[in-house]
Design a protein around this ligand. Structure first.
Ligand code: PLP
Length: 428
């Protein structure tokens, strides 16, 4: 064990998601690549946890932050006007498509979702919430309550009355042989049954358009539009958790939920927006946001340094049309990876834009195989590529490269992945 790893184990929580048998210490980054403490460089197809969406050391972001720091006043909290905060809120409100939208800035995705749950439960006067199986929404009481992924639910107490919906468990026998239409109809029937039989006064549904931690599970596009029709009949609010799917990553839409043909009442965001700096937030219908009252204040949320980073990052995404780049690069990578489906140890290859996954199963019995996924993780690292892992069973390789990925880097990463999965499959 390295010296740093043993010190880490001694003072950090014992449950830790550290990747690799011999965990990496990343010390620097440039573009789509990072370098570890031993001087080895890797192409990064996971960018932290989907955090550096422009890659590393982007001059525009660094200089915007440096300019702000040079001004001296760094954190003025919510007591004074902050121009960069208002300007960024205006942009996000406009991009959201939500009518009369208002924005509240936080420091993380957890806080963003907690805020959305607060405003929805307050507006509806109810603690009853719908969430999706397999979801991950954060690590506070409220967000753990709506998380439907067993590994991340270590709390016995829930402040919310949560009902989980089908829709993202598409590998289950419930859905496997259905057409998309039949799949959606079955989910809608399930939602109606939940509302008619067990949940009389629901405040909101919270859902990720493509589940992040849940292994990039992708329900058929149109599912959330169909859900929303039913929700509207009951006045139930819809919160789209865009923490992983926002800012053009999915290629076809600026926010992932766009592909479902629906405008939510609120969207939450975090991760990529600060390109490494801590920024999160909620964009919601103004009337809902105003209902937050004094809870719509955070000491560090919307601070000028975060706003400088986020403003520069968002401008970069828009100025360089990175949504289109995500679409193009994602398509070529996914087309190349599809061949892996022929391997008995690969259950699925799926994705959208620069968000794609390979799901590993035991070739003998077809059960989810976290061991094979861990094998591919090690094999990609050996070949100079960093990828992510996830899924309800920990058997899904997740890739979310920077939106700035070049065609050459896309091909390089795709080829390493193909080689690594084949190498693991040969030994499975
Ligand atoms: N929502 C989604 C979809 C996420 O993937 C995450 C983190 O992985 C969160 C919320 C929580 O965000 P944070 O870790 O910034 O609190």
């Amino acid at each position: 064990m390295s010296e740093l790893l043993s010190r880490h184990r001694a003072v950090m929580p014992s449950w830790s998601p550290l990747y690799y048998e011999s965990p990496l210490e990343i010390v620097s980054g440039k573009g789509s690549r990072v370098t570890d403490a031993e001087g080895r460089t890797y192409l990064d197809f996971f960018t932290g946890i989907v955090t550096n969406m422009l890659g590393y050391d982007v001059a525009e972001v660094r200089e915007a932050v440096e300019r702000q720091i040079a001004k001296g006043v760094v954190h003025t909290s919510a007591l004074y006007l902050i121009r960069s905060q208002v300007e960024l809120a205006e942009k996000i409100a406009r991009l959201s498509g939500i009518p009369d939208a208002k924005v509240f800035f936080t420091n993380s995705g957890t806080e963003a979702n907690e805020t959305a749950l607060l405003l929805a439960t307050h507006a509806r006067g109810s603690d009853e919430v719908l969430a999706m199986r397999g979801s991950y929404h954060g690590r506070s009481f409220g967000t753990v309550a709506v998380t439907g992924n067993r590994a991340w639910k270590n709390s016995a107490l829930s402040p919310l009355n949560v009902h989980y919906l089908h829709g993202t468990d598409h590998a289950s026998p419930l859905f496997r042989d259905l057409s998309e239409r039949e799949y959606i109809d079955r989910c809608v029937a399930d939602l109606r049954a939940v509302l008619d039989t067990t949940a009389p006064n629901v405040a909101c549904l919270i859902a990720e358009p493509i589940q992040g931690v849940g292994g990039f599970a992708m329900p058929p596009e149109g599912l959330y539009g169909a859900y929303k029709e039913v929700l509207d009949e009951h006045g139930i609010l819809f919160v789209s958790d865009e923490v992983q799917t926002g800012w053009g990553r999915t290629g076809t839409d600026f926010f992932g939920i766009g592909a479902h043909g629906v405008t939510p009442d609120a969207m939450t965001f975090a991760k990529g927006l600060g390109n490494g700096f801590a920024v999160g937030g909620v964009v919601a219908r103004g009337d809902l946001m105003d209902g937050l009252g004094a809870l719509g204040v955070a000491t560090f949320g919307g601070n000028p340094v975060s706003m400088a980073a986020a403003g520069a990052t968002l401008d970069y995404v828009l100025d360089h049309d990175l949504q289109d780049n995500a679409l193009r690069q994602g398509r070529t990578i996914l087309e190349g990876l599809r061949a892996l489906r022929e391997l008995p140890c690969v259950l699925d290859v799926r994705g959208k834009g620069l968000m794609f996954a390979v799901e590993m199963v035991d070739p003998e019995i077809g059960a989810p195989s976290p061991a094979l996924a861990a094998g591919v993780l090690e094999a990609t690292r050996e070949r100079g590529l960093l990828v992510g892992k996830g899924g309800v069973h920990g058997n899904v390789l997740r890739m979310a490269p920077p939106l700035t990925l070049s065609t050459e880097e896309a091909a390089e990463g795709r080829d390493i992945l193909l080689d690594a999965v084949h190498a693991v499959a040969e030994q499975a």
